[in-house]
Design a binder for this molecule. Structure first.
Ligand SMILES: Nc1ncnc2c1ncn2[C@@H]1O[C@H](COP(=O)(O)OP(=O)(O)OP(=O)(O)O)[C@@H](O)[C@H]1O
Length: 268
């Protein structure tokens, strides 16, 4: 066992990958999130549902501090990721981005080769001397692509441009390229909305493969997807968390009328 591994084992592992306390967020004078208290269990897949404009993406973007690039966003409250408040003044953005990977609606691989896409942020973070995958470039590429079930399909065309892949493959690649910097948390903002049903099924299968090793928080408009692909589910409405429960429980016996109205398609 290396000294780094020994030190890591001394650290208590938090039960929650995300612990949000009294999060309020304003875009200028418009308040988009109200007193959000949310805990996302480590290693599990949690989905976030709610009608358009209820604040799902805003919340997700707060967990990797993307919102702060907009000069007019103000935040109160705290978000602990793996036990550390990412809004503490001492916490650097690069540290947050390393721990928290994000996948967007439309796959956005860089217009470079498949191989270089995988190595891109690893190279960036390795320069900073952080804890990243220590293998050779070939090992990193193979392991990342294997993890997202893409290796066998692309191993003979690693030098081809990533943008030539199908949308499903591009989305898997976008997940794969996060892995070499060893993130703890993967945020996914409607990752299947650009995919056909077969691509959607393949990405959902991948989520279950990643479960356990990574904590996954996925925003989806697709009720069936939330039900199939998550263990806990959060329902938001007008910037507030209405309900957070085991997914099956939320879909079978929701506690709140607003939740059942939404699930049954009465609005949103
Ligand atoms: N960059 C921004 N500037 C100003 N207002 C914003 C910005 N982004 C989102 N909003 C507003 O904040 C509220 C929450 O938006 P958000 O995108 O988080 O909702 P959402 O639940 O993810 O919606 P959708 O399901 O349509 O993606 C909305 O009223 C939206 O108009």
């Amino acid at each position: 066992m290396t000294a780094v591994q020994a030190a890591a084992l001394q650290q208590p592992v938090p039960e929650y990958a995300i612990d949000t306390k009294k999060l309020n967020l304003w875009y200028g004078t418009f308040q988009a999130l109200y007193d959000v208290d949310l805990r996302v269990r480590q290693g599990m897949i949690t989905s976030m549902i709610g009608p358009s404009g209820c604040g799902k993406s805003t919340y997700l973007r707060s967990v990797n501090r993307i919102n702060e690039r907009l000069g007019y966003v103000r935040i109160e409250g705290s978000i602990d990721v793996m036990g550390q408040n990412i809004y503490d003044p001492g916490v650097e953005l690069i540290q947050v981005r390393k721990q928290v990977g994000m996948v967007f609606q439309r796959p956005n691989p860089l217009p470079i080769s498949i191989r270089d896409n995988i190595l891109f942020s690893h190279r960036l973070h390795a320069k900073g001397g952080g804890d990243v995958h220590q293998g050779t470039a070939d090992e990193i590429v193979e392991e990342s692509l294997r993890t997202v079930l893409l290796w066998d399909k692309v191993k003979d065309r690693l030098k081809r441009k990533a943008t030539e892949l199908s949308l499903e493959e591009q989305q898997k690649l976008c997940i794969a390229r996060l892995l070499p910097v060893k993130p703890k948390l993967l945020l996914m903002d409607e990752p299947c909305s650009a995919l056909d049903p077969k691509g959607t099924e393949a990405v959902e299968e991948l989520l279950w493969e990643l479960r356990g090793q990574y904590t996954i928080l996925i925003v989806t408009h697709n009720m069936a997807q939330a039900r199939r692909a998550s263990e806990e589910c959060i329902f938001m409405l007008m910037g507030k968390v209405v309900e957070h429960a085991l997914t099956e429980q939320m879909f079978v016996t929701p506690l709140h009328k607003e939740t059942s109205d939404y699930i049954e398609g009465r609005y949103g």
